[in-house]
Design a binder for this molecule. Structure first.
Ligand code: Q46
Ligand code: ZN
Ligand code: ZN
Length: 297
């Protein structure tokens, strides 16, 4: 297979474009797709990137350093034994290699708890609590430190697997968060959200992060429930082989649905912390309140 631009040996096929690329032209394609999110939606200002230490957020940060973007990184230490330390070391190494400022927020130091102790106290699924906590802390940190947007490493495959998982579980609320960009909303102290890898698949992100030689953490979180997500991804990637471009068309459709839902949503400040909620007291404050009560016995 030859590169469609320069005829050197190709390293990857981008089926929706009907093209194959060598290393140089693949990097150009990848950065072009990232740039498109910023240009198309007019995302400007200071960006805080949520760096997990994994391949996607690392690839995302590396790509942003090539664009005209003012970016710093944030790592949240969730206190998951073994895993959090490995990720933190990787995040520090990635930020140092890319010469980007890294901020570290520690759940134990700031809120006196960790994901394992929350699992023990609440007896609930770790990932939904973890998601609530990370979303809350990332937004709060970005808001308090004058960032305009929070960037995350969610790619096209993640987005679609997430949406189809929700559809399979008749859970439609998060539909509003599946577009590439959410605008800042002062009424709930919400910074904007941007997903620079919105148009790029799992495979493209993996290849890009390998080419960039980033010291990523390959460990999996011990709580990861990957079975259904992986199944969804396999199904989606299979579908894309038969119908090239179908993943992007799904993403375009979901983006429009998301825009409609965003407009309809009423947001106010949480009675306790002032950050966004649709229910008087935000999910994070409700969780912390339960934890305090249970710890007191
Ligand atoms: S870190 Fe948190 Fe993930 Fe671990 S507890 Fe689940 S959500 S799997 S991306
Ligand atoms: Zn080429
Ligand atoms: Zn709150």
């Amino acid at each position: 297979m030859k590169c469609s631009v320069c005829s050197k040996e190709a390293i990857i096929e981008v089926r929706w474009k009907g093209k194959a690329y060598c290393e140089t032209h693949f990097r150009g394609y990848f950065l072009g797709q990232v740039r498109k999110v910023f240009d198309k939606f007019g995302v400007k200002g200071k960006i805080c990137l949520a760096l997990s230490g994994g391949k996607d957020s690392a690839a995302c940060l590396e790509a942003l350093t090539h664009l005209d973007v003012d970016v710093e990184a944030l790592f949240i230490d969730l206190g998951i034994p073994g895993f959090s330390e490995e990720c933190r070391e990787a995040a520090e190494a990635i930020a140092a290699k890319l010469d980007v400022d890294l901020h570290v927020l520690n759940l134990q130091a700031n809120y006196g708890t960790t994901i394992p102790s929350l699992v023990e106290l609440e007896g609930k699924k770790p990932c939904s609590m973890c998601g609530t906590i990370r979303r809350y802390l990332m937004n709060k940190y970005a808001y308090e430190h004058g960032f305009d947007y929070l960037a995350t490493g969610h790619n096209l495959s993640d987005q679609l697997a997430f949406v189809f998982n929700n559809l399979a579980n008749v859970y439609l609320v998060p539909f509003r968060e599946i577009g590439p960009v959410l605008r800042p909303r002062e009424e709930g102290k919400l910074v904007g959200k941007v997903k620079p890898l919105y148009y790029l698949t799992d495979e493209e992100c993996k290849v890009y992060s390998e080419l960039a030689g980033l010291p990523i953490c390959e460990d999996k979180c011990p709580y990861a429930e990957t079975a259904t997500t992986n199944l969804m991804k396999r199904w989606l990637h299979g579908l894309d082989l038969e119908m090239p471009g179908v993943l992007r068309r799904f993403a375009e459709s979901f983006m429009r649905i998301s825009e409609g839902m965003e407009r309809d949503e009423e947001i106010s400040g949480c009675r306790i912390c002032g950050y966004a909620t649709t229910a008087g007291v935000c999910k994070f404050c409700r969780l912390m309140r339960r934890v305090r009560r249970k710890s007191r016995g």
